[in-house]
Write a protein that binds this ligand. Structure first.
Ligand code: FAD
Length: 492
């Protein structure tokens, strides 16, 4: 690791990796990941990437319309247009970089249908598209001499310095290392771990959003959360794996605790309605039946077809002693995706000079109030490329005064953070802001979260991953609850 870089990229998911690949060899990039390089939401993505490649049966206007309808027209229409029109180019570029998308009988990219899309336009690699993307992009990134990659290296602090930033990193040894960078791209992913149950990977604690917030960046719509209706309902696991929409798309039926279909009672589209509608139907039915037991049933389909179409889901369920060709799959809604985040413009610029954000930590406005399936990998690709292009351009004219002298190491020692804060934060958010928000509980919950945050910040605790993540979860929870309280006040 050098002392100075042109660009620091925080995150090795789709946004971080693809962003890094845009820089020419004379731009020095430091790419960091707080855990292993492949531990991310990107690696978990199953369904695929939405984009218009078939200009005969599909067109941009339809993809735009589907995105706006899913987003309840609360999207940023300019950002949606950029996403939809530029997305196909990025998808073809990652195919050329080695992503092994499934092909149809004519050797063209196979396109499938997902809920909310009016056309077959999701390109995929079986049911593990995200892993295929991350693996291929990592191979490319490793070949680039201008990119230093550091795993198990956590950003705990980001300060403005003359014409750039000073970034505090916790190395795998636990020691600190401070480096300087002219530009920073946050590609640090979502916030799922602020919930008790989520489909998100363990890295999704909102660190990038918190550090950007601490720098004064505008954060928008952190309470716009997508709950996936059909996550596997394991008894204890916090991270719940997804039973993708495609399983319902292929005919699986959603049943209540009595083995009855019910989704049609709440919406004529039944269990194929958008995610928020189906999640809502499940919560209402849960109240009506006084039970949290729900199931997907695909047992009536040909077992070979089911195993071939959903190899990863089949294997994951088998590990939980559920053979989906014979048994009903227990499911329940859980946190899945963050539509809001660090507010950015069409070039992924945040409101802090030289700070960019891309992927799930950012708020481009493309998703509006509800993300259309398979639009998020697309967003990560399009806007991380745009961030890099903007940096490449402005670097030609931006001033680059020498960084002031700085200490390369900081003392991170202190008392260990007591157990319990993270559990309490998760319980509060799960109780107040899950599918149907509990507005009445929000003000008192916000007070408690504010207390927790100040105890964490001022307690003299050792700065390590546990501390940084707890601080992030408390910060994110406070921002969510402030939005919930504000919405309650506005509607009263
Ligand atoms: C189960 C599941 C299935 C999904 N399926 C699809 C799908 O089919 N199609 C689709 O479009 N979307 C899907 N999504 C959503 C999509 O995968 C994510 O929104 C997207 O991959 C996010 O990419 P990202 O690069 O922004 O973040 P991530 O891929 O989550 O990467 C975040 C990176 O930031 C790093 N990081 C975080 N904090 C720090 C720190 N403090 N210091 C250093 N590094 C840090 C992490 O280590 C990680 O490398 C799915 C999500 C899940 C959870």
């Amino acid at each position: 690791m050098n002392k100075e870089y042109d660009v620091l990229i925080v995150g090795t998911g789709a946004a971080g990796l693809y962003g890094a690949l845009q820089f020419p060899e004379d731009i020095r990039v430091l790419l960091i990941s707080k855990r292993e390089l492949t531990l991310s939401n990107s690696s978990l993505a199953q369904g695929g990437v939405a984009c218009v490649l078939d200009k005969i049966n599909d067109d941009f206007a339809l993809h735009i319309a589907d995105t706006l309808t899913a987003g309840k027209n609360k999207n940023n229409a300019d950002a949606v247009e950029v996403l939809v029109k530029e997305g196909p180019g990025d998808v073809l570029r990652i195919r050329d970089l080695g992503v092994d998308f499934d092909l149809d009988e004519n050797g063209e990219l196979q396109k499938t249908l997902e809920a909310g899309h009016s056309r077959h336009r999701i390109v995929h690699h079986k049911d593990s598209t995200g892993k295929a993307i991350v693996d291929a992009l990592l191979i490319q990134v490793r070949k680039r001499p201008n990119i230093d990659i550091c795993e198990n290296t956590l950003l705990y602090k980001l300060d403005k310095a003359d014409d750039g930033f000073l970034a505090g990193l916790i190395l795998p040894s636990g020691e600190s290392q401070v480096i300087a960078a002219r530009y920073c791209i946050m590609a640090s992913g979502g916030i799922g771990r602020v919930y008790q149950y989520t489909t998100n990977s363990a890295i999704a604690t909102g660190d990038g959003i918190t550090l950007a917030f601490m720098l004064g960046a505008r954060i928008k719509h952190l309470s716009w959360i997508q709950f996936h209706p059909t996550a596997f309902a394991a008894e204890n696991d916090r991270e719940r794996f997804l039973i993708s929409e495609a399983v319902r798309g292929e005919g699986a039926i959603l049943l209540n605790c009595n083995g009855e279909r019910f989704a049609e009672k709440y919406d004529p589209r039944g269990h194929l309605a958008p995610r928020d509608v189906v999640s809502n139907a499940i919560m209402q039915e849960s109240k009506a039946t006084n039970s949290e037991k729900f199931y997907l049933d695909i047992t009536y389909k040909d077992p070979d077809f089911v195993r071939n179409r959903f190899p990863m889901i089949y294997e994951n369920c088998l590990k939980e002693n559920i053979d989906i060709t014979k048994d009903r799959i227990p499911v329940f809604p859980c946190q899945h995706y963050l539509m809001g985040g660090i507010d950015v413009d069409l070039h992924a610029r945040t409101t802090v000079d030289r700070l960019y954000a891309a992927g799930e930590c950012s708020h481009t406005g493309v998703h509006g109030a509800n993300r259309l399936a398979s639009n998020s990998l697309l967003e990560a690709l399009v806007f991380s490329r745009r961030a890099a292009e903007d940096i490449i351009q402005r670097r030609k004219t931006d001033s680059a005064r020498p960084f002031p002298p700085f200490e390369e190491k900081e003392d991170l020692s202190g008392k260990p953070l007591p157990h319990g804060y993270r559990t309490e934060i998760r319980k509060i958010i799960q109780n107040v802001h899950f599918v149907i928000p509990n507005h009445d509980a929000a003000p008192a919950s916000l007070e408690r979260i504010t207390e927790i945050l100040s105890e964490i910040i001022s307690g003299g605790y050792a700065v390590n991953r546990d501390f940084v993540e707890a601080r992030s979860l408390a910060t994110v929870a406070a921002i969510i609850l402030r939005e919930v309280v504000k919405n309650k006040t506005e509607t009263e």
